[in-house]
Write a protein that binds this ligand. Structure first.
Ligand code: NAI
Length: 334
C-alpha cells in the first residue's frame, strides 16, 4: 500500500481535502494517508505553523497532497508554503491551465504550462526595515537555481511533446537579476534545438495572455512573476477553483492547487474541490496510478459536462453535493 502525506491546512482546506479523499476512496485505490496538520491552527499547541513532523513525513513518504495554508498579510509568521518549498527543495512549480469541459470562458483551446522557479527571487521574503519609513526586499537570483529550472522546463517540454518554451522576465529593468535568469534560459535553450525558444517581458506577456492566450505553450518564469502569471492563467480557464499545481523536487513532490485558503467562503460548503482533485489526479499519475487517475478525471469531466458545478464556476451545487455527483459517475466507471 502506498503511503502519502496529506498536509491539511486551514480555510477551505479541510472541506476540499474531505471531498478529494472521499473520491479517491471510492475509486477503490487504497492509500495509507499520513495526515499532518499545519498553519495558524496548530501554533497554539506546537508554537510553530510548520512543525518538524510535517517535513519529516514528506521526507519519509516522498510525496504529499497539500491544501492551502493562510499567510497573515503584512504581518505575522513567514509563509508556511514558502518554508515548505525551501526546506524540501521543491524547486519546480508546475501549473497547467487548460479548458475543462462545460466551463464557459472567454477563450477556447487554452493549454499553457507555467513553470515557476520555486526557491528564490523576491518570494524568498528576505526583507529588512531600514528605518520607520523605509523597507527593502532582496531579489536574489542565482545561476544555479536559474539553470536548474530552465533545464526542468525544457525537459518537461520534451517529455510532454510541447513545442515551445517562452522565458518571461523584466530584464530590461532588473538587468542583473532577471538578466541572469534570462541568460541561463538562453544558454539552456541551446541544448534543446528541438524546442522553440522565445523571450518576452512580463508586462507584455500579461497583455498578450489576455488578448491571445492560444499563442503560448510552456512559460518559464522566476518565482514572483510565476506566482502572479499563474493566477492570470487560472482566470483564463474559469478561475482559481479549477487550477491545479505541483511542486517538484529531486527527492519529493508536493501536489497542491494554485489557490489560497479562500477565507471568504471557508466553512460554508461552497468551495470547489476541482483544483485539489486535479492536483491529486496528477499525483496519481506521478506514482504510476494512471488508470485510476484517468477514471477519476473522466468522472469529474462527465459531472462538469452535465452542468453540475460549484458557484465559483457558475453552478449552484455545494462542495459535498458536487462531490457526491462525481462519486456517482465514478462508481459506474470502476
Ligand atoms: P485565494 O486563492 O484564497 O482566494 C481568491 C478568490 O478565489 C476568493 O474569492 C476565493 O473565494 C476564490 N477561491 C479560491 N479557491 C477557491 C475554490 N477552491 N473554490 C471556490 N472559490 C475559490 O486568495 P487570497 O484570498 O488572496 O488568499 C487567502 C489566503 O491564502 C492568504 O493568507 C494567502 O497567503 C493564502 N494563500 C495560500 C496559498 C497556498 O497555501 N499555497 C496560495 C495562495 C494564497
Amino acid at each position: 500500500m502506498k503511503s502519502i502525506t496529506l498536509i491539511k491546512g486551514d480555510g477551505i482546506g479541510p472541506e476540499i481535502a474531505e471531498s478529494v479523499l472521499e473520491i479517491i476512496d471510492s475509486s477503490g485505490l487504497v492509500i495509507d494517508w499520513d495526515i499532518q496538520t499545519a498553519g495558524a491552527d496548530v501554533i497554539a499547541k506546537e508554537q510553530t505553523p510548520l512543525p518538524d513532523r510535517v517535513i519529516e513525513s514528506v521526507i519519509k513518504t516522498g510525496i504529499a497532497l497539500k491544501t492551502p495554508i493562510t499567510t497573515p498579510i503584512g504581518k505575522g509568521f513567514r509563509s508556511v508554503n514558502v518554508q515548505l518549498r525551501k526546506e524540501l527543495d521543491l524547486y519546480a512549480n508546475v501549473r497547467p491551465s487548460y479548458n475543462l469541459p462545460g466551463i464557459k470562458t472567454c477563450y477556447d483551446n487554452v493549454d499553457i504550462i507555467v513553470v515557476r522557479e520555486n526557491t528564490e527571487d523576491l518570494y524568498a521574503g528576505i526583507e529588512r526595515q531600514i528605518d520607520e519609513n523605509t523597507a527593502e526586499s532582496i531579489k536574489r537570483i542565482t545561476r544555479f537555481a536559474s539553470l536548474r529550472i530552465a533545464d526542468f522546463a525544457f525537459n518537461y517540454a520534451l517529455r510532454n511533446n510541447r513545442k515551445e518554451v517562452c522565458v518571461v522576465t523584466k530584464a530590461n529593468i532588473c538587468k542583473l537579476s532577471d538578466g541572469l535568469f534570462l541568460n541561463c534560459a538562453r544558454e539552456t535553450a541551446k541544448r534543446f534545438p528541438q524546442i522553440n525558444f522565445r523571450e518576452i517581458l512580463v508586462d507584455n506577456c500579461c497583455m498578450q495572455l489576455v488578448q491571445n492566450p492560444n499563442q503560448f505553450d510552456v512559460l518559464l518564469l522566476p518565482n514572483l512573476y510565476g506566482d502572479i502569471v499563474s493566477d492570470l492563467c487560472a482566470g483564463l480557464i474559469g478561475g482559481l477553483g479549477i487550477a491545479q499545481g505541483a511542486n517538484i523536487g529531486t527527492d519529493c513532490a508536493v501536489f497542491e492547487p494554485v489557490h489560497g485558503s479562500a477565507p471568504d467562503i471557508a466553512g460554508q460548503n461552497k468551495a470547489n474541490p476541482t483544483a485539489l482533485l486535479m492536483s491529486a489526479i496528477e499525483m496519481l499519475s506521478y506514482i504510476g496510478e494512471n488508470d485510476i487517475g484517468y477514471k477519476i478525471k473522466t468522472a469529474l469531466f462527465e459531472t462538469l459536462r452535465a452542468g453540475i458545478m460549484t458557484p465559483d464556476i457558475g453552478g449552484n451545487y455545494s462542495c459535498s453535493k458536487f462531490t457526491n455527483e462525481i462519486i456517482k459517475r465514478l462508481r459506474c466507471i470502476i
